[in-house]
Design a protein around this ligand. Structure first.
Ligand code: SF4
Length: 365
């Protein structure tokens, strides 16, 4: 009743096919609804079914994901779509074990897809329901602890109605998102307040128990902007005067498998360790690029965070002197126009923006 009156009108709720619910659930992992909405609309337009997604060009697919973060999700979607076409004739599987076997899908996501799109009696526990259920049963301790987590899954299963489990699951999540919020639960508007033990005991602020906070580590990383030399014998880090955007080409590569932002394109940059100074970073990057890099002036500093690291990315101009040296594959020089089309990390995109503005200035000088 409460859900029927208060549910937000979200695009994946209008036509909850397994495919549409799957895409929405993956996009919503670690990401706010408001952020997901425009991405979801564009993604559905580009890939309206499993078949189009399976046949997608990975670079184009990553471009659709650019800015949403956690790019492994997009790659798992692609791999799972190919499997669905190969093993299930392009029909999203409806057996729990088959769904769970797909890349990027865990117990929660499988349960959400099958209950919401197919009404199957599958429990779910995610951030919102974890908080709501913890408060309903006044669970002391941290929900992430193994024993507490197991208990919450049992609670979620016991509470499921015989019919229309999908509506119950969505209502529980919506209650957590709109009413039973982390800091200020609106218990006076809550439809389950009479049965909520935390509320009855006045413990809604203490439950759920706090998880240990992440301790952030400061790290300095370096990126090099290397422009394709126009002079015959100098590849050094000097900024040559250009006549326009189209002539400027910058060295980039797709980031390797198994590392941060795999598959996205980026400028030469360090990602694995903090470096004492730009010279030390240049030594490491020289080995990766295959030329002896000479770092030049610092262009800018980009601050960002990745997992537990607070990163200060120092962006330098760089070049090399030996004219017989040149970067091999997978490195390539790309124009600003080409860079606009390539899927890039957020920091890589910021550097492209800076270079584009720089080129505009050169054009008007
Ligand atoms: S009564 Fe308060 S604490 Fe309990 S479920 Fe409702 S909003 Fe959450």
């Amino acid at each position: 009743m409460w859900f029927a009156k208060n549910a937000r009108d979200l695009p994946w709720r209008r036509e909850p096919t397994p495919y549409r619910v799957w895409i929405s659930e993956i996009m919503l992992q670690q990401t706010q609804v408001a952020t997901v909405l425009p991405y979801y609309a564009r993604f559905m337009q580009a890939y309206p079914s499993v078949h189009e997604l399976a046949a997608a060009d990975e670079q184009v697919l990553l471009s659709h994901w650019e800015g949403l973060g956690y790019y492994r999700r997009a790659r798992s979607l692609h791999a799972a779509a190919k499997l669905i076409v190969a093993d299930h004739d392009g029909h999203f599987p409806l057996k729990f074990e088959d769904v769970l076997a797909l890349p990027g899908i865990g117990r929660y996501t499988a349960g959400a897809i099958l209950s919401i799109s197919n009404g199957q009696r599958q429990p779910i526990v995610e951030g919102n329901t974890q908080r709501v259920f913890s408060r309903w049963i006044a669970l002391r301790g941290t929900p992430a602890d193994t024993i507490n987590n197991r208990l919450l899954w049992q609670v979620a299963e016991k509470m499921l109605p015989r019919k229309d489990a999908g509506t119950f699951n969505q209502a529980s999540m919506e209650l957590g998102a709109l009413i039973c919020t982390p800091k200020t639960p609106a218990c006076d508007q809550c439809p389950v307040a009479p049965a909520c033990r935390a509320h009855q005991a006045g413990l809604e602020q203490e439950i759920p128990g706090k998880v240990t906070r992440v301790t952030y580590e400061d790290r300095t990383e370096y990126a090099m902007v290397i422009e394709k030399p126009v002079a015959e014998n100098l590849s050094g880090p000097k900024r040559a005067k250009r006549s326009g955007n189209s002539e400027r080409r910058f060295l980039v590569r797709p980031l390797p498998e198994g590392g941060r932002w795999a598959g996205l394109w980026d400028f030469p940059r360090t990602t694995q360790a903090s470096h004492a100074d730009v010279a030390e970073a240049a030594t490491q990057l020289s080995a990766e690029v295959g030329v002896n890099l000479i770092p030049g002036i610092r262009l800018t500093t980009v601050k960002h965070a990745v997992t537990k690291y607070r990163i200060s990315l120092q962006v330098h101009l760089a070049g090399w002197r030996e004219k017989e040296e040149s970067p091999g594959k997978p490195w390539k020089f790309a124009t600003l126009g080409e860079l606009a089309e390539l899927p890039m990390s957020v920091t890589g995109r910021k550097i492209v923006k800076m270079l584009s503005e720089d080129s505009q200035r050169l054009l008007t000088m």
